[in-house]
Design a protein around this ligand. Structure first.
Ligand code: SAM
Length: 340
């Protein structure tokens, strides 16, 4: 099994059957995590990039079976920030030293591409990189947003298993999800995707396919999140995802795509107090602290008990594992500007 991990480490490539073997064998975990950590250090260094997350609307037209802000959840108090409020948060984030601002929302079509373009143009005056995470749009809309200055886009594939995708996302299709991701890549966005680990009926084989899809897309960022069951969703009686399995997917992704950005996701820390640190020691190099107004945060409850980042604790924790907070924009390959 060590030979397989070494192959991934040196060739950055594995067959599906080899990924499955590694995912199924927990005796290799320490070696896998250590190898991914070494590759992270070699390709991205010891800096951790912080991305300031602004959750600007929890209104969503989608009805994803696992998500707490799904359209049919009547128990959420819905909100939508005004342009001025978004700009105020962006200004605060930039003056606090953040070099990337992430605008995330449900699929709220009130925010047309033209309206978002106005917001992006203002935020880009702040010397920050700008990431969008607003769901599925047309090629033309993505183009308007890119031309307004957006640098990156996050859109998880969630799962590459077509049947499971259909079951989890009523009215949506895996085909359109992929179309969006290839449109984003073709438009020159740094493109982020990723999976939910622990969806009901998800197989190890399909997780291996997910990792191969990241490689095929040549994704620039990958966010892996364990599923956390939300009580107001159709998945309320299911089990949470397995944190260790999620970290294994992360570590394998680092070995196969050595220079990309990989966050230690909030869902990992929510499942285990050391989840974020475990991820940072197994290939992750990004953290996304939430800077949204306190009054909104409780309503952007995609899953329960979402933790937040305690900045001073974070600095101490990072120091303890030999890592520092980056002052760069943190494009792929630890670069300060996008690679063309
Ligand atoms: N609407 C945008 C989209 O679809 O990309 C961005 C917002 S969406 C809420 C962000 C991510 O939250 C999704 O990609 C999904 O993986 C994650 N998410 C939603 N519900 C979750 C849950 N119950 N547990 C863990 N992650 C969840």
């Amino acid at each position: 099994m060590q030979n397989l991990v070494d192959k991934a480490k040196h060739k950055h490539s594995l067959l599906k059957s080899e990924i499955v073997e590694i995912l199924k064998d927990d005796s290799i975990n320490d070696y896998l995590f250590k190898s991914a950590d070494e590759i992270r250090k070699e390709f991205s260094g010891d800096e951790v990039h912080l991305r300031a997350l602004i959750e600007f609307s929890n209104i969503c037209r989608c009805d994803c079976k696992y998500c707490g802000i799904r359209r049919d959840n009547q128990k959420v108090e819905r909100y939508r920030l005004e342009k001025d409020e978004i700009l105020k948060l962006a200004d605060f984030a930039s003056s606090s030293g953040y070099k990337t601002i992430v605008l995330q929302s449900g699929e709220d079509m009130f925010f047309t591409a033209d309206y978002l373009a106005e917001i992006i143009t203002e935020i880009k005056k702040l010397d920050v990189a700008l990431t969008l995470s607003i769901g599925e749009r047309s090629y033309e809309e993505y183009k308007v947003l890119k031309e307004a200055g957006a640098d990156r886009f996050l859109l998880r594939i969630e799962t590459t298993d077509e049947n499971l995708y259909k079951k989890m996302h009523p009215g949506m299709s895996l085909e359109n999800r992929k179309r969006c991701l290839y449109d984003l890549k073709n438009l020159g966005y740094e493109t982020g995707t990723g999976s939910l680990v622990g969806l009901p009926e998800q197989t190890i084989e399909s997780l291996a396919e997910d990792i191969l899809f990241y490689k095929e897309l040549n994704a620039d960022m990958i966010g892996i999140g364990p599923l956390i069951v939300h009580p107001e969703t159709p998945l309320k009686d299911k089990k949470n995802g397995d944190l260790i399995l999620a970290i294994k997917v992360l570590a394998l992704t680092r070995l196969l795509l050595p220079d990309i950005n990989i966050p230690a996701t909030t869902a990992m820390e929510t499942l285990h107090p050391q989840g974020r640190i475990m991820a940072l020691k197994a290939g992750a190099n990004v953290i996304m602290p939430n800077v949204t107004f306190e009054k909104c945060r409780k309503n952007y409850e995609i899953y329960p008990d979402k933790v937040s980042v305690d900045y001073s604790k974070l600095e101490t924790d990072l120091k303890q594992i030999g890592r520092t907070i980056s002052k760069k924009h943190g494009f792929r390959g630890n670069s300060d500007c996008p690679l063309t």
